[in-house]
Design a protein around this ligand. Sequence first.
Ligand code: 3PG
Length: 306
Amino acid sequence: MKILVATDKPFAAVAVNGIKEVVENAGIELALLEKYGEKSKLLDAVKDVDGLIVRSDIIDAEVLNAAKKLKVVVRAGAGYDNIDLATATANGVCVMNTPGQNSNAVAELVFGMVVMMARNLYNGTSGTELKGKKLGIHAFGQVGRNVARIAKGFGMEVFAFDPYCPASVIEEAGVKPITDINELYSTCQYVSLHIPATDETKKSINYALLKQMPKGAMLINTARKEVINEEELVKIMDERPDFRYVSDIMPGNAPVFAEKFAGRYFFTPKKMGAQTAEANINAGIAAAKQSVGFLKEGIDKFKVNK
Ligand code: 3PG
């Protein structure tokens, strides 16, 4: 049996060593394909594998159909919008993610970007503090919960909107639950997005929501670029010189930001939220254990293509 780790954006070496140990201790061969760039290399590498561990790598129908022996794909991370679940199901392939394993890393990057922007990108001018400010968490999953924990350390007042999460869970975390999305955006100067990219959420962060944000608004996106209505984000930033946007995902219209909104936005050059040694180890080793568990014992906890 063989498991392939295919990561265009590689894990830290220490995580790769951990994955190798888990897989080889189970008597399974491990293959590694990093920074492959071209899809043809991925298509070639998946031909004879039983298991596949990936990150944001695009696992579409072409890849799945090229992997004739494939039984399991584990996305080392949370979001699985990069995997064609319908084709995986049709091919009898189990798809799993590793929820929670990289969420602290993403939450820490939220504050890395927020503090930098609140201090005017460290340009020498007077910025503002986070203490006493209102933060709205849009979706109270694993990352949202870590963001809440850290925000409280900064002394922020924290609110959360999540129709899929019971209010009691939000309250137990010391966060104020909000049931109307408009109230979240009209109340909070800072809003941090933690929604997955689904048909329901794509382009859902739009002008109607953003225009309600109080003065000095800052939108923080460590989720997916697809959830933003990019044209409407530009419209609000055109209209409101106080509006700022920080994102771990370069928008499709990044040149417009460079041309018009200097000093009011920041984008990581490459998605960096989960790119820490700790998150790589946690998610990578969880993915290795889940792959082995499925191949050896049929354990499909965290299966997402039910
Ligand atoms: C996730 O969905 O887990 C994060 O977006 C991290 O993605 P990455 O593994 O591509 O960094």
